[in-house]
Design a protein around this ligand. Structure first.
Ligand code: GLN
Length: 488
């Protein structure tokens, strides 16, 4: 088995046992990135020199019986995480030349566990999008079909993992940005309960929704990565101070008696019939293993897209005000006065989708409209949360499709923001409620992967990872690779 076909867990074990060195593994992935990424554009920066230094340090640590639990294993970070001494662009011209002076907590924690950083992955600008087409550095291609999008906003991370350019990657999910690209690229990705992973050093989009999580090929690898990302951080006041769960210990548990709720709202009449079939078949596999399936209803979930598109832009307009060409970010040439500097720096530094969000958000928060939009949206958010709370009195896990569509063609929705926003119709409610959810590969339609979403109650990451792992022990969808990824 070539190194790039090994899972994160196998690579960790192999390095620990001395079957291969971190340097060998790291060089192998760097060579694959060099060979294939020109086609995919999944990386914004490849940090070869740094990666090799980290790999050598990991190999030395091993010699001395030191090193963390992920000693020497290489992964990629979404370019939304600050990385000390390395450009952190958030895929925006605004931060094209920003070299972060510090590491995000997630980067720091994984670094302490021994992770080697291969580079920074492409994404939608400031994580706003569902297709990875809003990046200043150009779109990412889906490794299953280079004419199609990988999903977004963590599209670079999803494409890189699917194409075996990295065994795993970090992502962030504000309205679906881990789960939707995971679904469209045929990998596994998890958004944790809000407050489980520190947001410090993760460039803010919508602070009450943003959450970082792992993206890998299997639930087992996601559990391993997540285990090393979580934990209280006094630098993020929304990061919860509670004992860290063990996501690995329950992975193998049998799922006999697990109750799975299928919300009728996740299987609307106009849902692509093939996607509904694949999803139902995947759930039937869990049923075969002893899970009990019941129908439920989440009536307010239909309001989640409009609710999100008031709250997320409102928070974004506030978060992005710091990029003014003075305190942070791109500064225009030869400003005539201060007003000109602000105006042109922001006009030239931000792309169209980011500007659209800032305008919508500023409008929703402005005097006279705040009550009608922002306050109303917050109330609907509560109704959505209450729907889930009621459902979780009866069921352990909620399941359905991750995305209403397969990977769509590049450019297909680029000029129609509303259609693009609907790509997250099954994922957004989870962020509004703050719940954990994952997407796992459930099958293929015409050679394109289909993702199945499992939503858990608060802090039940372990339970959905367990169900996904059991599914992956019985199926091989998650082991399929796009054809060109096979050679070195
Ligand atoms: N696609 C959604 C948006 O554009 C969600 C993005 C995200 O989760 N970062 O806002």
């Amino acid at each position: 088995m070539s190194l790039h076909d090994k899972s994160l867990t196998q690579l960790r074990d192999g390095i620990q046992q001395g079957d291969f060195s971190s340097r060998e593994v790291t060089e192998h992935f760097l060579a694959r990135i060099k060979k294939h990424d020109a086609q995919l554009n999944s990386f914004i920066s490849v940090t070869e020199e740094r990666a090799l230094q980290q790999a050598d340090a990991a190999d030395q640590a091993r010699q001395k019986n030191q090193g963390g639990v992920l000693n020497g294993v290489p992964i990629a970070h979404k370019d939304i995480f600050c990385t000390r001494g390395i450009r952190t662009s958030c895929a925006s011209r605004m931060l094209d030349n920003f070299i972060s002076p510090y590491d995000a907590t997630v980067v720091d924690k994984l670094g302490n566990a021994g992770i080697v950083t291969l580079g920074k992955t492409n994404m939608d600008e400031f994580a706003m999008g569902s297709s990875n087409e809003t990046s200043f550095y150009g779109p990412v291609k889906n490794p299953w079909d280079l004419e199609r999008v990988p999903g977004g906003s963590s599209g670079g991370s999803a494409a890189a993992v699917a194409a075996r350019l990295a065994p795993a990657a970090t992502g962030t999910d504000t309205g679906g940005s881990i789960r939707q690209p995971a679904a469209l690229c045929g990998i596994t990705g998890l958004k944790p309960t809000y407050g489980t992973v520190s947001r410090w050093g993760m460039i803010a989009f919508a602070s009450s929704l943003d959450q970082a999580g792992p993206m890998a090929r299997s639930a087992e690898d996601c559990a391993l990565l997540l285990q090393n990302m979580v934990g209280h951080d006094e630098k993020d006041s929304t990061c919860l101070n509670r004992a860290v769960d063990n996501y690995l210990s329950d992975l193998d548990n049998d799922i006999n008696g697990l109750t799975i709720g299928l919300p009728e709202e996740f299987f609307p009449a106009d849902l692509n019939g093939n996607i509904a079939d694949v999803t139902r078949k995947a759930i039937a596999e869990l049923e075969k293993q002893g899970a009990k399936v019941v129908s439920i209803s989440l009536p307010s979930v239909k309001l989640s897209v409009p609710t999100y598109y008031v709250i997320a832009p409102a928070e974004a307009s506030s978060n992005l005000s710091r990029f003014d060409g003075v305190r942070y970010g791109y500064r225009c040439e030869d400003p005539s006065d201060l007003m000109d500097l602000y105006k042109r720096s922001r006009s030239e530094g931000f792309g169209d989708e980011v500007k659209r969000r800032i305008l919508v958000g500023t409008y929703a928060l402005s005097h006279g409209y705040y009550d009608a939009y922002y306050l109303k949206a917050q109330k609907v958010r509560r109704l959505i949360r209450d729907d889930f709370a009621r459902a979780f009195e009866k069921v352990d896990v909620i399941a359905g499709p991750t995305s209403p569509e397969l990977a769509f063609g590049l450019g297909a929705k680029k000029d129609d923001p509303i259609t693009m926003y609907m790509a997250d119709v099954f994922t957004i409610a989870v962020n509004l409620a703050g719940l954990p959810a994952l997407s796992m590969p459930g099958g293929f339609i015409d050679g394109l992967p289909v993702g199945v979403q499992l939503i858990g109650n608060y802090f039940r990451e372990g339970q959905i990872l367990n169900a996904a792992h059991r599914f992956q022990l019985a199926t091989d969808w998650h082991t399929q690779a796009p054809t060109f990824a096979g050679d070195i």
